[in-house]
Design a protein around this ligand. Sequence first.
Ligand SMILES: Cc1cc2nc3c(=O)[nH]c(=O)nc-3n(C[C@H](O)[C@H](O)[C@H](O)COP(=O)(O)OP(=O)(O)OC[C@H]3O[C@@H](n4cnc5c(N)ncnc54)[C@H](O)[C@@H]3O)c2cc1C
Length: 396
Amino acid sequence: MRLRQILCVHRDRSLPPLPTKVDLVVVGAGVVGLAHAVEAHARGLSVLVVDAAPRPSGATVRRGGHVAVTTQASTALACALASRERWLKLGRDAGFGVRECGSVVVARHPDELAVLDDLVAARAGDAVALDGRSVAERTAVPDALGGVFLPLDLRVEPAAALTAVADWLGSHPQAHVAWGTAAQTFDAGSGCTLVRTARGEVVARRVVVAVGHDVGQLFWEVGATVERRRRQLLHVEPPTPGDPGAGARLTTGPVVVGPTTFLRDGAYAASRAVGVVQDRWRSTRPDVLEHDVHLTLCAQPDGSLVVGDGRMPAGPGRSEAVDHVLLREAAELLGVERLAVRSRWSAPELVRTAAAERDPFVVTEPLPGVRTVTVTDGLATTTALGLAPRVVDALF
Ligand SMILES: Cc1cc2nc3c(=O)[nH]c(=O)nc-3n(C[C@H](O)[C@H](O)[C@H](O)COP(=O)(O)OP(=O)(O)OC[C@H]3O[C@@H](n4cnc5c(N)ncnc54)[C@H](O)[C@@H]3O)c2cc1C
């Protein structure tokens, strides 16, 4: 297609004009989009990030902020390790907190300990076995049989981190971040693409489309490769455990992860003991399996906890049954009678429709010079900063 002369139409004159020409347009300012923008900017490329929302509000900001490095496998592990280094650097550069607190995976039954033994053997040095007392000393979990400490895991506060990264990036002369600017269509030309947005048109040498669960609205054929679901989370008041020091350990200590993670993270797939745990849950805790619970406790600065997460059933409403299981499992782990809910919400989740694919990354080229980048399985914050260099290498 012959590119016609570019006229930027500024519908809202209070907003600065979009640049007319850049090396890379990134569509979507969630963690995946910003990861690509930061990577391209670090290579001296000019970048425009456009996001339809007026502020960070996608899937990234609706979760606990656990960067779960050590329990990934294969490509996801390589990306998670690279991502970890980039989070730490970005935290320093953009001025937001990245807590090197690690995480503790808790076992309360011998078969769960057997799974963790396999993890310690597979991840020598990066997974440290703990006895029950050491778990209690590091966390607010009083009666664990044992556990494992994963020192490489990080915590970021997603909304604060995204806002800081977008502001920091946009403060550079060669980088622009335009909120409230939806991308609408893409016309590939020779060596560049015309991107039409709600605020005008931009010519880009390359384009990355990282719109998470909205990918099907721009490229339906890519949307067909992923299934959109939702997961429920809860924000609970600071728990009041019997041990007075436990509150402080929760706030400053590691992320606490329940054994339901065995069914989710790739590093556990090789352990035969997982099947034994699953069989026991089938008879003793079927609702944990039924609601696909993945118990993670991420403490907030005031001691309150984000408790995640379980699968929301199809339909408009959240499920009381899922909240009930989440609250029961979290209270049991913390040894408290009940947890008081502060707020409840849900967040979009993507899973690959081809179940045989273990790789969580869906990277496609729907047009020459345009890549869609979608991270499934709830792993974007963990892996996107490590995936971006691979995509940018391939693009330029
Ligand atoms: C319950 C739950 C817990 C999770 N926990 C973790 C965890 O502990 N660790 C982890 O690594 N990951 C976790 N995740 C996954 C992670 O939150 C998501 O994978 C990730 O946030 C997706 O990022 P994204 O950038 O692809 O999408 P988003 O954050 O949704 O960003 C997409 C952006 O694209 C914009 N957009 C859409 N359409 C357009 C358009 N046409 N033009 C311009 N902009 C557009 C949207 O406004 C949005 O801002 C969790 C997910 C869930 C549901």
